[in-house]
Design a protein around this ligand. Sequence first.
Ligand SMILES: Cc1cc2nc3c(=O)[nH]c(=O)nc-3n(C[C@H](O)[C@H](O)[C@H](O)COP(=O)(O)OP(=O)(O)OC[C@H]3O[C@@H](n4cnc5c(N)ncnc54)[C@H](O)[C@@H]3O)c2cc1C
Length: 462
Amino acid sequence: MLSDKQIEEIQKITGVKNAFLNDESLEECSTDETPDLSCRPDIVVKVENIKQIKELLKYSNSEKIPIVPRGAGTGTTGGCLAVCGGIILLLEGLNKIVDIDEKNLMAVVQPGVITGNLQSEVEAKGLFYPVDPASLDSCSIGGNVAENSGGPRAVKYGVTKDYVCGLKAVLPDGSDFIYGGKIVKNVMGYDLPGIMIGSEGTLAVFTEITLKLLPYPAAVTDLLIPFKTIKDAAHTVSSILLNKIVPAAIEFMDKNCIKAVESLLERKLPYSDAEAHLLIQLDGMDQKETEKLYEKVGKICLNNGAEDVFVADNRPMREKLWEARRKIREAIKPLSPVKRSSDVVVPRFKIPELLDGIYALQEKHEVRIFNFGHAGDGNVHVNILKENMDDSVWQNKLPAILDDLYKLVIDMGGAISGEHGIGIIQKKYLKRAVGKKELEVMRAIKKLFDPSNILNPGKIFE
Ligand SMILES: Cc1cc2nc3c(=O)[nH]c(=O)nc-3n(C[C@H](O)[C@H](O)[C@H](O)COP(=O)(O)OP(=O)(O)OC[C@H]3O[C@@H](n4cnc5c(N)ncnc54)[C@H](O)[C@@H]3O)c2cc1C
């Protein structure tokens, strides 16, 4: 709980108009996209410049007030929620694309830039920022850096960390942090941005990010492939990779997800009674090469039991397919507002084994589990639905399912999160997934950056 004096000091920094104490603002920032999770802050502040961020952090540090950076609030593990109360630091106002440098193939952006907006702006100049979380129309680059977000195109193009060349940030004591810039190589001592990327807002507030760009691929084709069995779809993923083909994306969607999306979009999808679909994107600089590649991939799919191969080679058709894929999360919500979503990842070749294991859990625990995700990365979004289950049954059942799921994944050499992070909801499982020593090093890093534990406390560590 903040004192009147503290509120007054905060208002002096941001101006009264940008410091919100009303119910509506506090409620709005009490949730993100994590189902069934809410934490109310004491105050929400919207910053207009970096000076205000520095002063706020300095003041929070001197008063030991928790302060939580918030981008667009699309996180799914509660990362931007004020679990210890205090200040929500809204970064949405810092949303300028500072520079698109065609000579150096770099973009310099403020943290509040919406990822999809950056993609459209660079595309207009024939350039490509490939990191494409399914939330790209609403999530921010600052959030992407803090979560080290990925997306369907991670199979070929990697994740956010593969594009961050320079980072400006404010540290918890209010001091500046500047490292790197428009350079693609940099081995000056420790890889400090490497530690900060994926730190979930616990080490620093990012204020300016320099991102590497690529030339926009001249030819892009998407294939939608229905399968009679989940096993066939899973084995096809392995078979494509075994054939030394790396598509831009290989997404998996089970029948439950497809049906849910059909109902949300009120339109039929091809072969929607198939047990599973793969959505595969192929791209390149040459149309003929890409055509050859999709013929090859199509054959592999048909040899592995695909019912058909739909080719979408024009933009409107492709966008319709991707709209369906990106809407899955939203489509599941009405079926079960309370659910647990996990984004486990295993070595890519173990995707068939992982999916087998997950569907076995569905039988064992008598619960519906909807699965979709970035199969080409070995990364599956596992959605465990509460539906009409009694609260007490759910409270008992969910930990048992998660125990089984995470054991399965860890035994396969995987990780409990491929892109959504630990946040609040996965804290208790982190110590099972990483070693004691590694956890000690992580805690020591947090202490070094933030000895007073004011920046996004209560995240990652129990
Ligand atoms: C429909 C849907 C689809 C999604 N698909 C994907 C996907 O394909 N891949 C994927 O990786 N994720 C996905 N996500 C998860 C989410 O969109 C990402 O984690 C995204 O990067 C969060 O960005 P944000 O701006 O919303 O961050 P927020 O939710 O606001 O914050 C997330 C974390 O970042 C920290 N943070 C935010 N801004 C800063 C900053 N400037 N400095 C320091 N810390 C900061 C916060 O404190 C918090 O810990 C999806 C979410 C939804 C709802």
